[in-house]
Design a protein around this ligand. Sequence first.
Ligand SMILES: Nc1ncnc2c1ncn2[C@@H]1O[C@H](COP(=O)(O)OP(=O)(O)OP(=O)(O)O)[C@@H](O)[C@H]1O
Ligand SMILES: [Mg+2]
Length: 331
Amino acid sequence: MAATTGSTAPVKGITAQGLRKSYAEKVVLDGIDIQVPEGTVYALLGPNGAGKTTTVHILATLISHDAGEARIAGHDLDQEPDAVRASIGVTGQFAAVDGLLTAEENILLMADLQHLDKAEGERRAAELLERFDLAEVAKKHASTFSGGMRRKLDLAMTLVGKPQIIFLDEPTTGLDPRSRRSMWDVIRGLVADGVTIFLTTQYLEEADQLADRIAVLDYGKIVAEGTADELKRRIPGGHIRLRFNDIQHMDAAAQRLALSTVTRDDESLSLQIPSDGSIPALRAVLDILEGSGIHAEALTVQTPDLDDVFLALTGHGRKPAPAEDRPEAKR
Ligand SMILES: Nc1ncnc2c1ncn2[C@@H]1O[C@H](COP(=O)(O)OP(=O)(O)OP(=O)(O)O)[C@@H](O)[C@H]1O
Ligand SMILES: [Mg+2]
Protein backbone atom coordinates (compact mmCIF):
# COMPACT_ATOMS: atom_id res chain seq x y z
CA MET A 1 0.00 0.00 0.00
CA ALA A 2 1.24 3.47 -0.83
CA ALA A 3 2.24 5.55 2.15
CA THR A 4 0.32 8.78 2.47
CA THR A 5 1.15 11.89 4.38
CA GLY A 6 -1.76 13.70 5.96
CA SER A 7 -5.33 13.02 4.99
CA THR A 8 -5.17 13.92 1.31
CA ALA A 9 -4.31 11.33 -1.30
CA PRO A 10 -0.86 11.82 -2.81
CA VAL A 11 -0.94 13.80 -6.02
CA LYS A 12 0.96 12.01 -8.74
CA GLY A 13 1.50 14.96 -11.02
CA ILE A 14 3.36 18.09 -9.98
CA THR A 15 2.46 20.53 -7.23
CA ALA A 16 4.55 23.44 -6.03
CA GLN A 17 3.86 26.25 -3.62
CA GLY A 18 5.77 29.41 -3.07
CA LEU A 19 8.89 28.50 -5.01
CA ARG A 20 11.53 31.18 -4.73
CA LYS A 21 14.98 31.50 -6.17
CA SER A 22 17.46 34.36 -6.20
CA TYR A 23 20.98 34.74 -7.50
CA ALA A 24 22.72 37.30 -5.30
CA GLU A 25 20.47 40.37 -5.43
CA LYS A 26 18.51 39.14 -8.42
CA VAL A 27 15.14 37.56 -7.69
CA VAL A 28 14.54 35.02 -10.44
CA LEU A 29 11.46 33.24 -9.04
CA ASP A 30 9.32 35.33 -6.77
CA GLY A 31 7.06 32.73 -5.18
CA ILE A 32 5.36 30.62 -7.81
CA ASP A 33 2.61 28.02 -7.40
CA ILE A 34 2.10 25.19 -9.86
CA GLN A 35 -0.49 22.40 -10.11
CA VAL A 36 -0.20 19.79 -12.84
CA PRO A 37 -2.65 16.88 -12.57
CA GLU A 38 -1.29 13.51 -13.62
CA GLY A 39 -1.55 12.76 -17.34
CA THR A 40 -1.98 16.38 -18.39
CA VAL A 41 0.19 18.92 -20.20
CA TYR A 42 1.16 22.12 -18.46
CA ALA A 43 2.86 24.89 -20.39
CA LEU A 44 4.96 27.53 -18.73
CA LEU A 45 5.04 30.40 -21.11
CA GLY A 46 7.32 33.37 -20.84
CA PRO A 47 9.79 35.65 -22.58
CA ASN A 48 13.58 35.30 -22.40
CA GLY A 49 14.81 35.48 -18.84
CA ALA A 50 11.36 35.01 -17.27
CA GLY A 51 12.58 32.08 -15.17
CA LYS A 52 11.31 29.09 -17.16
CA THR A 53 14.52 27.08 -17.19
CA THR A 54 15.10 27.94 -13.55
CA THR A 55 11.69 26.50 -12.69
CA VAL A 56 12.37 23.31 -14.64
CA HIS A 57 15.79 22.92 -13.06
CA ILE A 58 14.37 23.31 -9.55
CA LEU A 59 11.51 20.85 -10.11
CA ALA A 60 13.90 18.38 -11.72
CA THR A 61 16.25 18.55 -8.69
CA LEU A 62 19.05 20.03 -10.81
CA ILE A 63 19.36 23.22 -8.77
CA SER A 64 18.27 24.17 -5.27
CA HIS A 65 15.52 26.61 -4.35
CA ASP A 66 15.50 29.18 -1.55
CA ALA A 67 11.92 28.68 -0.35
CA GLY A 68 8.71 26.86 -1.09
CA GLU A 69 7.88 23.22 -1.50
CA ALA A 70 7.02 20.82 -4.26
CA ARG A 71 5.86 17.27 -4.81
CA ILE A 72 6.69 15.43 -8.01
CA ALA A 73 4.98 12.12 -8.76
CA GLY A 74 3.96 12.01 -5.10
CA HIS A 75 7.50 12.55 -3.80
CA ASP A 76 8.70 15.50 -1.80
CA LEU A 77 11.30 17.47 -3.75
CA ASP A 78 13.45 18.21 -0.70
CA GLN A 79 12.99 15.00 1.28
CA GLU A 80 13.05 12.45 -1.54
CA PRO A 81 15.12 13.87 -4.40
CA ASP A 82 16.21 10.40 -5.54
CA ALA A 83 12.63 9.20 -5.85
CA VAL A 84 11.81 12.38 -7.75
CA ARG A 85 14.74 11.78 -10.09
CA ALA A 86 13.64 8.19 -10.69
CA SER A 87 10.16 9.35 -11.78
CA ILE A 88 11.12 12.08 -14.19
CA GLY A 89 12.84 12.69 -17.48
CA VAL A 90 14.28 16.04 -18.49
CA THR A 91 14.98 17.30 -21.98
CA GLY A 92 16.92 20.49 -21.59
CA GLN A 93 16.81 23.67 -23.59
CA PHE A 94 20.13 22.76 -25.16
CA ALA A 95 20.23 19.20 -26.45
CA ALA A 96 22.29 16.73 -24.42
CA VAL A 97 23.09 14.69 -27.52
CA ASP A 98 26.74 13.74 -28.02
CA GLY A 99 27.62 14.52 -31.62
CA LEU A 100 30.55 12.11 -31.66
CA LEU A 101 28.25 9.17 -30.98
CA THR A 102 25.69 7.68 -33.33
CA ALA A 103 21.99 8.00 -32.58
CA GLU A 104 21.92 4.43 -31.36
CA GLU A 105 25.02 4.86 -29.20
CA ASN A 106 23.53 7.95 -27.57
CA ILE A 107 20.46 5.97 -26.55
CA LEU A 108 22.51 2.97 -25.43
CA LEU A 109 24.62 5.26 -23.28
CA MET A 110 21.43 6.46 -21.58
CA ALA A 111 20.26 2.86 -21.14
CA ASP A 112 23.58 2.12 -19.50
CA LEU A 113 23.22 5.10 -17.16
CA GLN A 114 19.75 3.80 -16.27
CA HIS A 115 21.29 0.40 -15.47
CA LEU A 116 19.29 -1.48 -18.09
CA ASP A 117 20.98 -4.74 -19.07
CA LYS A 118 22.49 -4.92 -22.56
CA ALA A 119 19.67 -6.82 -24.25
CA GLU A 120 16.99 -4.64 -22.69
CA GLY A 121 18.95 -1.51 -23.63
CA GLU A 122 19.21 -2.63 -27.25
CA ARG A 123 15.55 -3.50 -27.40
CA ARG A 124 14.60 -0.12 -25.98
CA ALA A 125 16.97 1.71 -28.36
CA ALA A 126 15.49 -0.05 -31.40
CA GLU A 127 11.97 0.73 -30.23
CA LEU A 128 12.72 4.42 -29.61
CA LEU A 129 14.64 4.91 -32.86
CA GLU A 130 11.66 3.45 -34.69
CA ARG A 131 9.17 5.58 -32.80
CA PHE A 132 11.06 8.79 -33.52
CA ASP A 133 11.68 8.02 -37.20
CA LEU A 134 15.38 7.76 -36.56
CA ALA A 135 15.84 4.06 -37.37
CA GLU A 136 17.37 4.83 -40.77
CA VAL A 137 20.00 7.10 -39.28
CA ALA A 138 20.65 4.95 -36.21
CA LYS A 139 24.27 4.34 -37.22
CA LYS A 140 25.03 7.94 -38.20
CA HIS A 141 26.88 10.38 -35.99
CA ALA A 142 24.53 12.81 -34.29
CA SER A 143 26.78 15.68 -35.41
CA THR A 144 25.35 15.19 -38.91
CA PHE A 145 21.76 15.62 -37.69
CA SER A 146 19.48 18.58 -38.24
CA GLY A 147 18.17 20.50 -35.24
CA GLY A 148 14.85 18.66 -35.42
CA MET A 149 16.53 15.23 -35.50
CA ARG A 150 18.70 16.19 -32.54
CA ARG A 151 15.66 17.29 -30.57
CA LYS A 152 13.93 14.00 -31.29
CA LEU A 153 17.00 12.01 -30.35
CA ASP A 154 17.29 14.05 -27.17
CA LEU A 155 13.70 13.22 -26.26
CA ALA A 156 14.21 9.56 -27.18
CA MET A 157 17.14 9.51 -24.74
CA THR A 158 14.91 11.00 -22.05
CA LEU A 159 12.37 8.22 -22.60
CA VAL A 160 14.78 5.35 -22.09
CA GLY A 161 13.87 5.14 -18.40
CA LYS A 162 10.09 5.34 -19.09
CA PRO A 163 9.56 8.39 -16.89
CA GLN A 164 6.06 9.18 -15.61
CA ILE A 165 6.73 12.89 -15.76
CA ILE A 166 8.68 14.66 -18.47
CA PHE A 167 10.07 18.16 -18.39
CA LEU A 168 10.60 19.65 -21.82
CA ASP A 169 12.41 22.96 -21.84
CA GLU A 170 11.57 24.74 -25.09
CA PRO A 171 11.24 21.51 -27.06
CA THR A 172 10.72 23.19 -30.41
CA THR A 173 12.72 26.41 -30.29
CA GLY A 174 14.70 26.72 -33.49
CA LEU A 175 12.74 24.03 -35.32
CA ASP A 176 11.04 24.61 -38.65
CA PRO A 177 7.23 24.36 -38.76
CA ARG A 178 7.27 20.77 -39.99
CA SER A 179 9.68 19.56 -37.31
CA ARG A 180 7.70 21.49 -34.73
CA ARG A 181 4.53 19.68 -35.74
CA SER A 182 6.28 16.35 -35.67
CA MET A 183 7.51 17.11 -32.14
CA TRP A 184 3.97 18.05 -31.14
CA ASP A 185 2.76 14.67 -32.40
CA VAL A 186 5.42 12.95 -30.34
CA ILE A 187 4.34 14.89 -27.25
CA ARG A 188 0.67 14.07 -27.87
CA GLY A 189 1.63 10.42 -28.15
CA LEU A 190 3.32 10.56 -24.76
CA VAL A 191 0.25 12.14 -23.20
CA ALA A 192 -1.93 9.43 -24.73
CA ASP A 193 0.30 6.94 -22.91
CA GLY A 194 -0.50 8.69 -19.62
CA VAL A 195 2.72 10.67 -19.22
CA THR A 196 2.52 14.03 -17.44
CA ILE A 197 4.24 16.79 -19.41
CA PHE A 198 5.64 20.04 -18.07
CA LEU A 199 6.86 22.12 -20.95
CA THR A 200 8.22 25.60 -21.34
CA THR A 201 7.82 27.57 -24.48
CA GLN A 202 8.00 31.02 -25.95
CA TYR A 203 5.48 30.03 -28.59
CA LEU A 204 1.93 30.83 -27.73
CA GLU A 205 0.64 28.61 -30.47
CA GLU A 206 2.54 25.70 -28.99
CA ALA A 207 0.95 26.20 -25.59
CA ASP A 208 -2.42 26.60 -27.29
CA GLN A 209 -1.96 23.38 -29.26
CA LEU A 210 -0.61 21.14 -26.53
CA ALA A 211 -1.40 22.34 -23.06
CA ASP A 212 -4.36 21.58 -20.83
CA ARG A 213 -3.33 24.51 -18.69
CA ILE A 214 -1.03 27.42 -19.37
CA ALA A 215 0.80 29.65 -16.93
CA VAL A 216 2.32 32.91 -18.07
CA LEU A 217 5.56 33.65 -16.26
CA ASP A 218 6.94 37.16 -16.29
CA TYR A 219 9.82 38.44 -14.23
CA GLY A 220 9.60 35.47 -11.87
CA LYS A 221 5.87 35.73 -11.19
CA ILE A 222 2.97 33.81 -12.67
CA VAL A 223 0.84 36.61 -14.05
CA ALA A 224 -1.95 34.40 -15.42
CA GLU A 225 -2.97 30.77 -15.34
CA GLY A 226 -5.75 28.82 -16.99
CA THR A 227 -6.81 26.97 -20.10
CA ALA A 228 -6.04 28.65 -23.44
CA ASP A 229 -9.71 29.61 -23.73
CA GLU A 230 -9.84 31.05 -20.24
CA LEU A 231 -6.78 33.15 -20.92
CA LYS A 232 -8.15 34.37 -24.24
CA ARG A 233 -11.41 35.33 -22.60
CA ARG A 234 -9.59 37.52 -20.11
CA ILE A 235 -8.70 40.10 -22.68
CA PRO A 236 -10.42 41.87 -25.49
CA GLY A 237 -8.47 41.57 -28.71
CA GLY A 238 -10.96 40.45 -31.34
CA HIS A 239 -11.54 42.74 -34.25
CA ILE A 240 -12.83 43.05 -37.76
CA ARG A 241 -10.38 44.27 -40.34
CA LEU A 242 -11.62 45.98 -43.47
CA ARG A 243 -9.38 46.61 -46.42
CA PHE A 244 -10.15 49.23 -49.07
CA ASN A 245 -9.08 49.98 -52.62
CA ASP A 246 -8.81 53.70 -52.15
CA ILE A 247 -8.46 56.18 -49.35
CA GLN A 248 -11.77 57.96 -50.08
CA HIS A 249 -13.77 54.86 -49.33
CA MET A 250 -11.66 54.23 -46.28
CA ASP A 251 -12.20 57.77 -44.99
CA ALA A 252 -15.92 57.49 -45.58
CA ALA A 253 -16.06 54.17 -43.76
CA ALA A 254 -14.03 55.49 -40.85
CA GLN A 255 -16.55 58.31 -40.50
CA ARG A 256 -19.60 56.10 -40.60
CA LEU A 257 -18.30 53.46 -38.23
CA ALA A 258 -17.83 54.45 -34.61
CA LEU A 259 -14.91 56.84 -34.96
CA SER A 260 -13.47 56.55 -31.50
CA THR A 261 -12.93 52.82 -31.62
CA VAL A 262 -11.70 52.42 -35.19
CA THR A 263 -7.97 52.20 -35.77
CA ARG A 264 -6.76 53.05 -39.22
CA ASP A 265 -3.71 52.04 -41.12
CA ASP A 266 -3.26 54.38 -44.07
CA GLU A 267 -0.43 52.39 -45.58
CA SER A 268 -2.39 49.17 -45.98
CA LEU A 269 -5.67 51.08 -46.49
CA SER A 270 -7.34 49.19 -43.71
CA LEU A 271 -9.51 49.81 -40.69
CA GLN A 272 -9.68 47.76 -37.56
CA ILE A 273 -12.89 47.68 -35.56
CA PRO A 274 -13.09 46.00 -32.15
CA SER A 275 -15.62 43.18 -32.40
CA ASP A 276 -16.48 39.79 -31.01
CA GLY A 277 -16.64 38.50 -34.58
CA SER A 278 -20.25 37.33 -34.25
CA ILE A 279 -22.55 37.32 -37.27
CA PRO A 280 -24.80 40.15 -35.96
CA ALA A 281 -21.69 42.27 -35.39
CA LEU A 282 -20.43 41.56 -38.91
CA ARG A 283 -23.85 42.24 -40.38
CA ALA A 284 -24.05 45.59 -38.60
CA VAL A 285 -20.76 46.70 -40.12
CA LEU A 286 -21.68 45.46 -43.59
CA ASP A 287 -25.08 47.18 -43.38
CA ILE A 288 -23.45 50.52 -42.55
CA LEU A 289 -21.05 50.19 -45.48
CA GLU A 290 -23.76 49.13 -47.91
CA GLY A 291 -26.18 51.81 -46.73
CA SER A 292 -23.54 54.46 -47.46
CA GLY A 293 -22.43 53.01 -50.79
CA ILE A 294 -18.95 52.35 -49.45
CA HIS A 295 -16.99 49.60 -51.13
CA ALA A 296 -14.65 47.51 -49.02
CA GLU A 297 -12.27 45.16 -50.78
CA ALA A 298 -11.90 42.53 -48.05
CA LEU A 299 -13.08 41.72 -44.57
CA THR A 300 -11.29 39.51 -42.11
CA VAL A 301 -12.25 38.54 -38.58
CA GLN A 302 -9.54 38.24 -35.97
CA THR A 303 -10.42 36.56 -32.69
CA PRO A 304 -8.05 37.18 -29.79
CA ASP A 305 -5.18 34.74 -29.69
CA LEU A 306 -2.63 34.01 -27.05
CA ASP A 307 -0.35 36.65 -28.53
CA ASP A 308 -2.92 39.25 -27.50
CA VAL A 309 -3.10 37.66 -24.04
CA PHE A 310 0.64 37.68 -23.72
CA LEU A 311 0.93 41.27 -24.81
CA ALA A 312 -1.82 42.36 -22.45
CA LEU A 313 -0.44 40.45 -19.48
CA THR A 314 3.26 41.03 -19.81
CA GLY A 315 3.21 44.39 -21.53
CA HIS A 316 5.98 43.24 -23.84
CA GLY A 317 4.84 40.73 -26.45
CA ARG A 318 6.58 37.59 -27.44
CA LYS A 319 10.07 38.32 -28.65
CA PRO A 320 12.04 35.13 -29.12
CA ALA A 321 15.67 35.77 -29.90
CA PRO A 322 16.47 35.44 -33.58
CA ALA A 323 17.45 31.86 -34.44
CA GLU A 324 21.08 32.77 -35.10
CA ASP A 325 21.41 34.17 -31.57
CA ARG A 326 20.28 30.98 -29.93
CA PRO A 327 23.14 28.73 -28.95
CA GLU A 328 21.48 25.49 -30.03
CA ALA A 329 21.00 26.82 -33.54
CA LYS A 330 24.73 27.12 -33.98
CA ARG A 331 25.60 23.54 -33.31
N1 LIG B 1 23.38 30.60 -12.46
C1 LIG B 1 22.86 31.81 -12.55
N2 LIG B 1 23.44 32.88 -11.99
C2 LIG B 1 22.89 34.10 -12.07
N3 LIG B 1 21.76 34.39 -12.72
C3 LIG B 1 21.12 33.38 -13.32
C4 LIG B 1 21.62 32.04 -13.27
N4 LIG B 1 20.77 31.25 -13.95
C5 LIG B 1 19.78 32.05 -14.40
N5 LIG B 1 19.99 33.33 -14.02
C6 LIG B 1 19.12 34.47 -14.33
O1 LIG B 1 17.80 34.13 -14.02
C7 LIG B 1 16.89 34.70 -14.95
C8 LIG B 1 15.97 33.62 -15.46
O2 LIG B 1 16.73 32.72 -16.25
P1 LIG B 1 16.07 31.46 -16.95
O3 LIG B 1 17.16 30.76 -17.67
O4 LIG B 1 15.29 30.69 -15.97
O5 LIG B 1 15.08 32.16 -17.97
P2 LIG B 1 14.22 31.50 -19.13
O6 LIG B 1 12.82 31.92 -18.90
O7 LIG B 1 14.52 30.06 -19.24
O8 LIG B 1 14.77 32.27 -20.42
P3 LIG B 1 15.02 31.75 -21.92
O9 LIG B 1 13.71 31.91 -22.63
O10 LIG B 1 16.02 32.70 -22.46
O11 LIG B 1 15.51 30.35 -21.87
C9 LIG B 1 17.74 35.37 -16.01
O12 LIG B 1 17.76 36.74 -15.74
C10 LIG B 1 19.09 34.77 -15.82
O13 LIG B 1 20.08 35.68 -16.16
MG1 LIG C 1 15.28 28.85 -20.68
